[in-house]
Design a protein around this ligand. Structure first.
Ligand SMILES: [Zn+2]
Length: 339
């Protein structure tokens, strides 16, 4: 027994130790500028390099916690799917790869769905985890997105998706490719219900994910420097035998060329999303409660300070002006606008 508890157990624990268990005094090297950053500073700065502003990849759980008011949200369980339907094997069995990814991320697949409030606005959010087999989209991820869209429609909530993916999951073959059609239909239902569907691109978003639900958002936001594209730059260059421009497939380039609406730094993302959702849902832009006035709807009861009209390119000009007198109590705050 002592051999088991003193030797075997620590070994196993060391093998399956979660990334959260990283000691606080560790240093991280920025992949962009190679500056060494203190772990705690990096966490405080939302995993953005304090030196060059490089946005590092984030585990899905952290992203969800960062996004919702007070970090509070309800997890929505995604349906179970058949593991390894093709009994696929390359250098390793697919089942082994799955098991490893599950141990590494403590999740069953590369997507997590949560429901909560962003700046007071209730929303359903689906987040990809790039640490889980490169955020690849197999049946599990497809089911997750379909479920997220279904909950959004059922509860009349806007849907926000944060893709971070290498594309389709090749170990699931055609079943993985089918998820492109399924997820597209699923988010279309959200749109048909007159609910906002916002995509927030994170590094990297490529392959079948870009070729399906990710590119049909009502609003496309991206984190700075994110790689977004279908095929890789080298593949395109060798196919067309032409050098591609600098920064091709990066968020900033894509915004200049009309593929994205906004490039928003991580620390401004939550506020931007809250403002965007309020514009699309025709909610009063700011809750500036008059003295002695109780807000009828908790939805409008935000903690954000009064702000000027949003001057963003994405906002429809007619809606960018805050209404002077938000009709409290009469505004159908939970009603989506009909497009
Ligand atoms: Zn850096």
């Amino acid at each position: 027994m002592s051999w088991l508890s003193n030797f075997v157990r620590p070994k196993i624990q060391a093998l399956v130790r979660k990334p959260d268990a990283t000691p606080d005094n560790l240093w991280h090297k920025c992949p962009s500028c190679e500056q060494m950053i203190f772990h705690r500073d990096l966490v405080e700065n939302l995993h953005v390099c304090t030196n060059c502003g490089h946005h590092m990849r984030l585990p899905a759980k952290q992203r969800l916690a960062m996004l919702f008011d007070d970090g509070a949200y309800d997890r929505i369980d995604t349906p179970k799917v058949t593991a390894d339907p093709l009994r696929f094997r390359d250098r390793k069995r697919y089942t082994d790869r799955l098991r490893e990814a599950q141990a590494k991320t403590d999740e069953t697949d590369a997507i997590q769905v949560g429901e909560g409030r962003i700046g007071g606005v209730p929303a359903v959010v689906a987040v990809f985890d790039f640490d889980f087999l490169g955020g690849s989209m197999g049946m599990g991820v497809g089911e997750g997105l379909v479920k997220a869209a279904a909950v959004a429609v059922q509860k009349k909530r806007p849907l926000i998706v944060f893709p971070a993916s290498g594309g389709a999951r090749m170990q699931e073959g055609a079943l993985s490719l089918m998820q492109m059609a399924r997820t597209t239909v699923a988010v279309d239902r959200v749109k048909e219900a007159g609910l906002p569907y916002v995509v927030v691109f994170t590094d990297p978003t490529t392959g079948g994910v870009t070729a399906s639900f990710a590119m049909i958002g009502d609003i496309h936001i991206s984190e700075p420097g994110a790689l977004i594209g279908f095929a890789g730059q080298r593949v395109i260059e060798t196919t067309i035998r032409e050098a591609l421009p600098e920064g091709f497939q990066r968020a900033e380039y894509l915004m200049e060329h009309g593929m994205l609406d906004m490039v928003v730094p991580r620390n401004a993302l939550k506020e931007t999303l809250a403002r965007t959702l309020k514009l699309l849902l025709k909610l009063p832009p700011v809750a500036a409660p008059k003295p002695g006035t109780a807000l009828a709807e908790p939805v409008t009861n935000t903690v954000t300070p009064p702000r000027k009209p949003a001057g963003n390119a994405t906002a429809r000009p007619a809606e960018a002006t805050p209404r002077a007198e938000p009709a409290l109590g009469t505004a159908a705050t939970d009603e989506p606008h009909k497009a």
